[in-house]
Design a protein around this ligand. Structure first.
Ligand SMILES: NC(=O)c1ccc[n+]([C@@H]2O[C@H](COP(=O)([O-])OP(=O)(O)OC[C@H]3O[C@@H](n4cnc5c(N)ncnc54)[C@H](OP(=O)(O)O)[C@@H]3O)[C@@H](O)[C@H]2O)c1
Length: 208
């Protein structure tokens, strides 16, 4: 498939790029800092640009089969990035609708699962990461109302542990005792969702 990876220089994004190449996909990345993708420079198309600019996004989205995103604010989140995910969602959904590309897989956060008891994800999020909860929630709402063919992955704490392929997936809920997942396993889930056209218009809890 022809995939546009966004947030490609981040922890999850680099795994998406690496695994997408392993799966034989043709990868394009739109990034603000191309030097971080040097290890892949001969194997992917790298475009530099503004990920909050709908017109720039539209140019690179045209002709792609799908968009896979590990985009998110760098932590600690600066005041300027308080609404970053929402701004990104508005720009991306508009660009995709204009470009006529409908499939998108987005990484959000398990803090939004209100019914999770162990861990008490929503409570922890509201107490310690209220800004991220508000911005991620606003982002999800934009995708949900977009009319696009979206899948939202909500992982709990991300780790840099290796790929296992052994993770749990639950539509609409965080699996019980879902405390952590490796970025590599999140990338695996996201690529399989795009390849198998799975979990269309679903919010999915994933954890190791
Ligand atoms: N950390 C956790 O435990 C956790 C848990 C659950 C969910 N999440 C969510 O999962 C997602 C991915 O997390 P991660 O830790 O893998 O990502 P990350 O390493 O923080 O990478 C974020 C990516 O977004 C890009 N980005 C950020 N601001 C940008 C901007 N203004 N313009 C262009 N690109 C920008 C970064 O580009 P640069 O390289 O140029 O900075 C990078 O590629 C995030 O949405 C995060 O909120 C995180």
């Amino acid at each position: 498939m022809k995939l546009l990876v966004l947030g490609a220089t981040g922890g999850t994004g680099l795994e998406i790029v690496r695994q997408a190449l392993e799966h034989g996909h043709s990868v394009t990345a739109l990034v603000r800092s191309p030097e971080r993708l040097k290890p892949f420079q001969d194997r992917i198309t790298i475009k530099q640009g503004d990920l909050l600019n709908s017109a720039e996004l539209e140019q690179v989205i045209k002709g792609q089969d799908a968009v896979v995103s590990g985009f998110g604010p760098r932590v600690p989140v600066s005041k300027a990035d308080a609404n970053l995910l929402q701004q990104f969602a508005v720009a991306l959904t508009s660009a995709m609708l204009h470009a006529g590309v409908r499939r998108v897989i987005v990484e959000s956060v398990a803090f939004l699962f209100k019914d999770s008891i162990i861990p008490p994800a929503y409570l922890l999020g509201r107490l310690f990461f209220s800004g991220i909860v508000a911005d991620s929630s606003a982002m999800e709402e934009v995708f949900a109302k977009s009319g696009l063919d979206w899948t939202i992955a909500r992982p709990p704490e991300l780790t840099d542990k290796p790929y296992t392929g052994k993770y749990r997936v639950r539509e609409g809920h965080l699996p019980r005792f879902g405390f952590k997942i490796s970025r590599a396993d999140v990338a695996d889930f996201m690529l399989k969702a795009v390849e198998n056209h799975a979990s269309s218009r679903k919010i999915v809890g994933i954890c190791n």
